[in-house]
Structures are given as C-alpha cells and as structure tokens.
Design a protein around this ligand. Structure first.
Ligand SMILES: [Cu+2]
Length: 626
C-alpha cells in the first residue's frame, strides 16, 4: 500500500521537476531549454543510503549537458543517470556495497524514450536480464548484491546501438560502476569507467564503408588532458578497478612498468585469478563489458596509462569536432585526448645494474615515398659505427637489438617536416626518455618534442631481455599509421639475436590513416617463405601495432592449428604455470606483444597467419620445414 502511494507521489513530483528543469514557460507561451550540468563522477563516494544491510537508492534518467573536456569547455546534450535530487553524473552514481547487502533501487525515467536497463541484479547475473522503464514511469527492484566483484549497470534509451549492441550516442553514457566488496576490511582502490560517445559505427569505418566516426572516448566522464591526475609515492601499492562501459574494446597500456591483473570479468561474472594465473603485463585488453582489477607498484616518474587504439587517444577526438562537420575538424594543442590517465609518482629511481661500454646508436626518422605497394609515410633507420641499417626505408623499422644490462645512448634524429618523439614500448625506462612530450620529466626538465631537423639523446639500460618495440608517440594518426614502429629485442648478455630462429612478426595496417590499407605482416601482404629445420626450436616474437585493430596470430600445419608454448607477454617472461603448451592462436590488440616457442617434429609446410576476423583480412607466411 505504502509503495503504491510512494510511486504515485514520486511520479507526479518527478513530472513537475522535469518541467521545471527542462522548460521555463515564457510569457509568449514558448519553452526554453535550461542548461543542466552533468558532473564527471570520480567514483569515490558510493551512492544511496546503506543502513542495516540494506542499500536504498533512487536513480533517475535525465538529459543534461556533458562537459567531457574543461568544466567550462564545450558541451553536448546527452542522457545520464542521477541520484534523486542530485546532479546528473557520468559515469552514473557508484553502487558499492559489501557482499550480502540487500539492494532496493527505484528507477525513474524522465527521458522521452523507454529505458532498457541492464545489470541491476544479483551477480553473477544474466546479461539478458533487463528492466524496461517507459517515459515518466518508475520501476522498483529488490535483489541481493551477490558475489564480490567488479560489475556495471547501463541503459539504452532509444539511441543508436553500436556493433556490440551497446548504445553509442545520446544514451552512451548511461552506465555506472557496480562494485561488491568482500566481507571485512576493504583495501582502498580506485574505480575507472571507460566510455565512448560515437557518431557512427567503428566497424563501418574499419571496413571502409564509412569515415571514422567522431568519438569522445572518456575515463570517468572526462577526456585527456582533463582526466583526473593521480599522484602516488614510489613503491606504494596501487589498486584499480577498470570497467569497459563502451561499445568496443580497449588495449590499456602502461608506460614504463608492468601491472598485475588480479581479476577479470565481463560485468555479469567476475573471476578472481589465483596467484599462478595472475597476469603481469604492460598492456591488457578490455573487450566490451570487460572488467579488471589491477595491482601496480609504481616506479618514480610521470607516466601515462592509456588505450593503445590511436582513434581513442587522438587530439581530434573533441566535442568541437564531434559536433562539427568532418571538413572543419579542429586540432587541439595537446597531442593526445580521450582515454589517457596521467600519473605522477614521487620518489627516486634506483639505478639499473649495468655492465660494459655505452653503445651509441643513431635512430633516423625519415619521410618515406610511396613504394613496394605502400603509400607514402615514414621510416626508421639505424646507424651504428657509421653503418646504416637497413639501406632501404622499410616498414616496420629495423629490429633494434640491445643487450640486457648494457647502457645505450640512442640519438633520435628527426628528419621529418614535423615534430616527433620515440616511445620505448614496455621497456622500463626513465619517464624523461619515455617519449611523452610535455609530460615525461627529470627534475625540472620536461621531455621535449623533437623538432624537425633536431635530435634528442635517449639513455637507458634495458633491465630485462625480451621482445619490445619502439614507436612514435606524437601525431600518431599520421606517424604511427604511417610506419613509425619497429621491433626492439633485448638479448641476454653473451647471446646474439638469431633471426633465423627468432622470427619477428609485426602485425599492422598499410595506412596512411589508422583504418586504411591492407593488413601487413612485417610490412608486406606477401611475406617471403621461412625455412625451418625439424627438431630446432623457434621463438616467435609477435608484435601487434595496427593503429585501430585487433588481429590474431596463428600457426597452422596441414591439419589446422598447431600447439605452441607461451614464453612471454609484453617482453616479460611468463611464470612457469603460464608458460604452457596451448593452441597456436593469439588475439593481440594494438600494443600487445607475445612470444611463443615452437619445435617442428616433422617436415612439411606450415603457415604463420595474421588475420583481422571482422574485416576478413588475412596474410599468411609460408614456413618450409625440412
Ligand atoms: Cu580504446
């Protein structure tokens, strides 16, 4: 009885609020929309009222003005969640309760379309369990929180759905974190929700049926450089929860160190990884609805944690551009935007054990004319002891082979007509040399852009052996898509890189833009045949650096997929429990690096394949085994 009364009163007052907020009746009889600011939600304070094991939460869905850049910057009208009588938030109000909590949620829909709400139920849950809330109506939900974990709730409200089935436009930011804590003391952590507003389908752009859509990729409702700046002390354990509430996947990349993934989920179920299953990586992909809990011991410096898909971190991805015609795209002064977090870690960097003389290498950055079926772009060349390598301008750049523990001094010489920087991907370098202009620093010296015709000396001592890469970290839309990437291989002291037994396979697109051109394996659509010997061991060094694609590597025999042994991820050796034989197929989004070992036991023909399933693109390299 009391519920009915409540609902009725709530409905009427809600309608009144709706009218008040959205329309001021004028004398002329016309209505004028009033600005309603949507606040960015840092996900620090749980919403609702938690009393005696019951969380009571009144959620509303309304329209407002979203400011993903500066608080006083450009805005766009979108739909968002709010707690009753509070500001709208992107991401939506944080639901965070201990295990065993009973949750009582009311949902009131002030939007003009029916809201279809996902995820407001006990977890593990069913992704198909939905609640529909027609305009101006209220729904009540009661359920128990369920298992500890990282989840989300989200809604669509009549907008365009993306390729994954999630909303992409005015209802794309109707999503919030839903965290269930284990009983007992809660270890402090931070919660980050990834979101994207998009003008169109990614897949349409990738398949060449449309231009790349305008996008506003955000972390907790803000786009770099307006995302929250984090500060930690070196060595202080950092715990994060990441929730992908966007239509599309994200390879999340840490600069300068590795982080551990302690749990992985899909927003309906969450899986705590046993210690031997925990992943220690520099890049971890979060597919749509994906979640992860990370543990990171931060090294001193100025670091970025960002999505490695170029269009999700491009300076072109601004509200101004999203609202404008493509032809009048504006460029920001900042060289990145979107899904980027800046992290300052205080403390002093311990020195790396080193031996031997300092190697001196020159890395030339050059413009490359169209040739060999590739559009014009850019190339790297190496020079050591007055010898240039290679003589041609190639894509990818030549393998740079360093030795663990041996100091190196790399002079980057910029021969482009624009600035550049070089990032040493997954290598634990000092942040000043990490390639992020205007952000990396050493004392009061800030990492510069390398101006045309100028050079910059990078110094580091590789602390571990493995497979890494070097690539541009400036004007990625052109420079990364245009070929400025190459393998970086660090060998153990006293050993040599043996290219005949350590094939490097770089997966990329030909460019010139991030979604342009055919799929390439080592810069070619028709790579030369490899010759292997029965009984020898081969270490495949697999690097994915397509600007906006997730590709797969596979090794096939006459009867299909072979088995290979996992060795390393992102240049870091796997623990014994993970260095196991497995089916020889590996998905690798941009920025991911994998090493596998294979030992042929019989003569015959094998194939190393790279493919992008969604685009039906494939390149195969023959391997003759004798
Ligand atoms: Cu992304």
């Amino acid at each position: 009885m009391s519920k009915l009364v409540f609902r009725g009163v709530h409905g009427r007052s809600a309608l009144a609020i709706f009218l008040l907020i959205f329309f001021i009746p004028l004398v002329s009889g016309q209505s004028l929309p009033v600005s309603v600011v949507i606040q960015a939600n840092p996900n620090r304070a749980p919403a609702g009222k938690l009393e005696k094991g019951v969380l009571t939460l009144h959620l509303e869905l309304r329209q407002g003005d979203w400011y993903p850049e500066a608080d006083a910057g450009p805005s766009m009208k979108i739909y968002a969640f709010a707690e009753e009588d509070k500001a709208l938030q992107v991401p939506g109000p944080l639901i965070r309760v201990p295990e065993g909590t009973e949750i009582h949620v009311t949902l009131h829909n002030f939007l003009p379309a029916t809201a279809v709400v996902h995820g407001l139920h006990q977890h593990p849950g069913d992704a198909k369990a939905l609640v529909e809330v027609p305009p101006q109506e209220t729904r009540e939900l009661r359920f128990t929180a369920g298992a500890a974990g990282t989840y989300q709730y989200y809604a669509s409200a009549g907008g365009t759905l993306g390729d994954s089935g999630r909303p992409i436009r005015e209802d794309s930011q109707l999503a919030g974190a839903f965290v269930v804590d284990p009983p007992g003391k809660v270890t402090p952590d931070r919660i980050f929700v990834l979101g994207i507003w998009r003008s169109g389908s990614d897949v349409a752009a990738l398949t060449g049926q449309a231009q790349l859509p305008h996008m506003i990729p955000v972390i907790n409702g803000k786009s770099w450089p307006y995302t929250e700046r984090l500060t930690y002390s070196a060595g202080e354990p950092v715990r994060w929860r990441w929730i992908n509430a966007s239509d599309g996947g994200h390879p999340m990349h840490m600069h300068g160190s590795y982080f551990r993934v302690d749990s992985a989920g899909n927003s309906e179920t969450d899986r705590v990884l046993a210690p031997e299953q925990q992943l220690t990586v520099a890049t971890n992909r979060l597919l749509t609805n994906g979640t992860m809990t990370t543990y990171w011991i931060p090294p001193p410096g100025h670091w970025l944690f960002h999505c490695h898909f170029v269009p999700h971190v491009s300076p072109e991805m601004t509200v101004a551009n999203a609202l404008a015609d493509k032809s009048i795209m504006q460029h920001t002064r900042d060289h990145m935007a979107g899904m980027v977090l800046g992290i300052t870690v205080t403390g002093n960097r311990p020195s790396v054990a080193s031996h031997g003389r300092t190697r001196k290498i020159r890395l030339w950055v050059r413009e490359r004319p169209a040739a060999h079926g590739l559009p014009a772009g850019f190339s790297y060349q190496l020079e050591e002891n007055h010898r240039l390598f290679p003589n041609d301008l190639t894509v990818p750049g030549p393998p740079m082979v360093l030795e663990r523990g041996q100091p190196v001094e790399i002079t980057v010489v910029n021969q482009l007509h624009e600035s550049t920087t070089v990032h040493w991907h997954s290598v634990e370098v000092e942040s000043y040399y990490d390639g992020v202009a205007g952000w990396g620093a050493r004392g009061n010296k800030v990492t510069p852009e390398i101006q045309p015709g100028r050079s910059f000396i990078v110094r580091f001592t590789p602390p571990r052996s493995g497979t890494f890469m070097y690539h541009t970290h400036l004007h990625d839309e052109e420079q990364l898509s245009g070929g400025l990437y190459g393998p970086l291989i660090v060998v153990e002291p006293g050993t040599k890189f043996d290219s005949s037994h350590e094939p490097v396979a770089v997966l990329s697109r030909a460019g010139p833009g991030p979604t342009d051109g055919p799929l390439l394996l080592n810069g070619s659509t028709n790579p030369p045949t490899l010759h292997w010997r029965v009984g020898d061991r081969y270490r495949l060094r697999l690097i994915s650096i397509a600007a906006f694609d997730g590709g797969s590597f596979s090794l096939l025999g006459a009867d299909g997929l072979l088995q290979w042994r996992a060795i390393a991820k992102d240049g870091r050796d796997l623990p014994t429990a993970q260095a196991v034989m497995q089916e020889a197929r590996q998905l690798a989004l941009a920025g991911e690096i994998y090493d596998f070992e294979y030992q042929p036991t019989v003569a015959g023909t094998l194939q190393l394949q790279v493919s992008i399933g969604i685009l039906k693109m494939k390149v195969a390299q023959q391997i003759e085994v004798q």
